[in-house]
Design a binder for this molecule. Structure first.
Ligand SMILES: O=C(O)C(=O)C[C@H](O)[C@H](O)CO
Ligand SMILES: [Mg+2]
Length: 402
């Protein structure tokens, strides 16, 4: 089955998405997500200028060989731009293989391990009262797991608090907006949120929180300890993970479960975190870490060390990634949870799909492939708009992690 065409489609139905479509001489096509928030056009160029010319004419059934060709063949390994481009090819090829086999992707991966995959939604508000009310809305919508984020008194804005409650879109400006951050103020406010949530709703629902890379290992240890009474499902991205051994100190001081990995692009970014059991959940995604072929290796490594999956699923990951993830999650033995941030109606119309939310879980569809398509004529109506993620400074002006 020869690849005769590969094209990149850039569209902005509410936000930017980059999609790769691969067409074979047998008329079967597959699509893969290549969206890297705020750096979209770098991946477009990587695909169009460097990978697609080498892809044309290759046998679409040789997924592993094509993966190795682009990973080893570049000489320059890893990194988000390259690994996102490889992921787009990989997912499109898995889509083609599953369609050729007339099977939904999860069957090809090894079959069903569960009926539905538990997802968590995002509740947030400017104040604790507002966030508590939002968590109630998610409970009413049937969620079993809810991430809660709230504004920090004394800071004008913070990560995770959105204007539009159902759709969180942090890439909001054509040049990065600047936020101000204080870890001290943050550490004082978070435990109060979870204390109020447990007092209001009890302990029947899973609660999660994202610190978005803003603590040192010791601050993360303090935060984890202060949240222990509220029994979080996880504390996410408390510490930036370039220094994997930095998680030892954090880990040794708290029993709050630890999740990390949405910015990782390869197994080498989490090898020590997993093999030393410094984390409980790995959040690396199909789109940013080399596709299904590579994420499968990460999941298998994680399984050996009692680490479960909890893939990133923000709105900047297209419905293609969500669809592929639901197939992966339906199969993977060491599944933990899946993030699910809703897409807008405009986005959903451009990417018709057959996964569906039912009573707190996502159900996989039975269509051959990963079950997500792209309406190209609709996509063409939404041209690319430059949009950056914000940057963060400490109160004295020092650049910090957003
Ligand atoms: O969904 C999450 O957990 C995030 O941290 C969302 C990220 O800020 C977002 O995907 C960045 O593009
Ligand atoms: Mg996160």
């Amino acid at each position: 089955m020869k690849i005769i065409e590969a094209k990149v489609i850039v569209t902005c139905p509410s936000r930017n998405f980059v999609t790769l479509k691969i067409v074979t001489d047998e008329g079967i096509y597959g699509i893969g997500d290549a969206t890297l928030n705020g750096r979209e056009l770098a991946v477009v160029s990587y695909l169009e200028d460097h990978l697609i010319p080498c892809l044309l004419g290759k046998d679409a059934s040789r997924i592993e060989d094509i993966w190795q060709y682009f990973y080893r063949g570049a000489y320059w390994r890893r990194g988000p731009v390259g690994m996102t481009a490889i992921a787009a090819i990989d997912v499109a090829l898995w889509d083609i293989k599953a369609k050729a086999a007339n099977m939904p992707l999860y069957q090809l991966l090894g079959g069903r391990s569960r009926d539905g995959v538990m997802v968590y939604g995002h509740a947030n508000g400017n104040t604790i009262e507002e966030t508590v009310e939002e968590v109630g809305r998610y409970i009413d919508m049937g969620y079993k797991a809810i991430r809660a984020q709230t504004g920090v008194p004394g800071l004008s804005s913070t990560y995770g608090v959105s204007k539009d409650k159902l759709f969180y879109e942090p890439a909001d400006a054509n040049l990065p907006s600047e936020n101000i951050w204080s870890t001290t103020k943050y550490l004082n406010s978070v435990p109060k949120l979870f204390e109020t949530l447990r007092d209001t709703y009890g302990y029947d629902h899973h609660l999660l929180h994202d610190a978005h890379h803003r603590c040192t290992p010791l601050e993360a240890a303090q935060l984890g300890k202060s949240l222990e009474p509220y029994k979080l499902f996880w504390l996410e991205d408390a510490v930036p993970a370039e220094l994997q051994e930095g998680f030892r100190l954090f880990r040794q001081h708290t029993t709050t479960p630890i999740a990390v990995g949405e910015v990782f692009s390869s197994i080498h970014d989490c090898q020590q975190l997993i093999s030393e059991q410094l984390i409980d959940y790995i959040r690396t995604t199909i789109v940013h870490a080399g596709g299904i072929s590579h994420l499968r290796r990460i999941a298998h490594l994680a399984e050996l060390y009692h680490v479960r999956t909890g893939f990133h699923g923000a709105t900047d990951l297209s419905p293609i990634t969500m669809g592929a993830a639901v197939h992966f999650d339906t199969w993977v033995p060491n599944f933990g949870i899946q993030e699910y941030m809703r897409h807008t109606e405009e986005t959903d119309a451009v990417f018709p799909h057959d996964y569906r939310f039912e009573e707190g879980v996502m159900k996989v569809g039975e269509k051959p492939g990963h079950g997500v398509d792209i309406d190209e004529s609709l996509a063409a109506k939404y041209p690319y708009k430059p949009a950056y993620l914000p940057v963060n400074r400490l109160e004295d002006g020092t650049m910090y992690n957003w």
